[in-house]
Design a binder for this molecule. Structure first.
Ligand code: IPE
Ligand code: IPE
Ligand code: MG
Length: 252
């Protein structure tokens, strides 16, 4: 960590749109699935960097609701890869006390994928310091629609009062209910769009777009993103003078 920078400048939650696995493989004349396999290794590296910098929450976009439209072979391969990686990584997650969580509709995943996920989620549920959150069958719009349905049902039951609906109350129904908002959003592979990822939670996230394909995303690339984050001034609608004059005002 840079000695001259205050600790508060390190993000608490980094969310990553891990993009470019297919192009990484294509460039090498390899099957797309090999890109996804190497992408799994990049997640492990990113987790190590998070630990090194005290980043307690890492969310990775692993499969979107739109990704079901891909060729069946790729989807099947990805789901199998997920089972293998989770089973392989579980002892290490436990050893390092990392809690595995998910956002998205995991119930719609193939039963074997779901079973290994549930096993890992249960086995790590007692940890709270380090969190790996996998976005699987995730899309912001469907998450919000589901949350709205649940909120409406709660209101019908009398558990919610619609007149006092605000962000704090509504956001409890999102998949990210007890997860702090991302401070830093990284997307790899040179694309500069959000692709339906954490649209509301990233309201005030700092964005970092890297040209590197995800399987090549190294510790150094991650550090570059963290350094960029540290150099920014987050203002949340205030003026720079307000922020610099009274940092405690920054409670958001
Ligand atoms: C991201 O890499 C991983 C998933 C979407 C599962 P891609 O598979 O989208 O790679 P590109 O964008 O085709 O290179
Ligand atoms: C976003 O990447 C989804 C994941 C990284 C899992 P995509 O490759 O699916 O996004 P688009 O289609 O290029 O926007
Ligand atoms: Mg892509």
């Amino acid at each position: 960590m840079g000695k001259d920078l205050p600790a508060v400048k390190t993000p608490n939650h980094v969310a990553i749109i891990m993009d470019g696995n297919g192009r990484w493989a294509k460039e090498r004349g390899l099957p797309r699935l090999e890109g996804h396999r190497r992408g799994g290794e990049a997640i492990r590296r990113a987790m190590e960097t998070c630990r090194e910098f005290g980043i307690r929450y890492l969310t990775v976009f692993a499969f979107s609701v739109e990704n079901w439209k891909r060729p069946k072979d790729e989807i099947d391969g990805l789901m199998k890869l997920l089972v293998r990686s989770i089973n392989h990584e579980l002892p290490d997650l436990i050893r390092r006390k990392v809690r595995l969580r998910t956002i998205g509709c995991i119930d719609d995943l193939p039963s074997k994928t779901l079973a290994s996920l549930r096993k890992a989620i249960d086995a790590t549920a007692g940890f709270d310091e380090w969190n790996l959150i996998m976005a699987l069958n995730y899309g912001s719009r469907s998450e919000v629609a589901r949350a709205a349905r649940q909120y409406a049902e709660a209101a019908i039951r009398g558990d919610e009062d619609t007149a006092s609906c605000d962000w704090t109350r509504f956001s409890r129904y999102l998949d990210t209910a007890d997860i702090p908002d991302p401070d830093l959003l990284i997307r790899t592979s040179g694309e500069t769009r959000l692709s339906n990822f954490l649209l509301l939670q990233c309201a005030y996230a700092e964005m970092f777009f890297s040209p590197v394909f995800w399987p090549d995303f190294s510790r150094e690339h991650f550090v570059e993103a963290i350094e960029s984050f540290r150099s920014r001034e987050r203002r949340y609608g205030l003026t720079g003078e307000q922020v610099r004059g009274q940092p405690s005002i920054m409670q958001f």
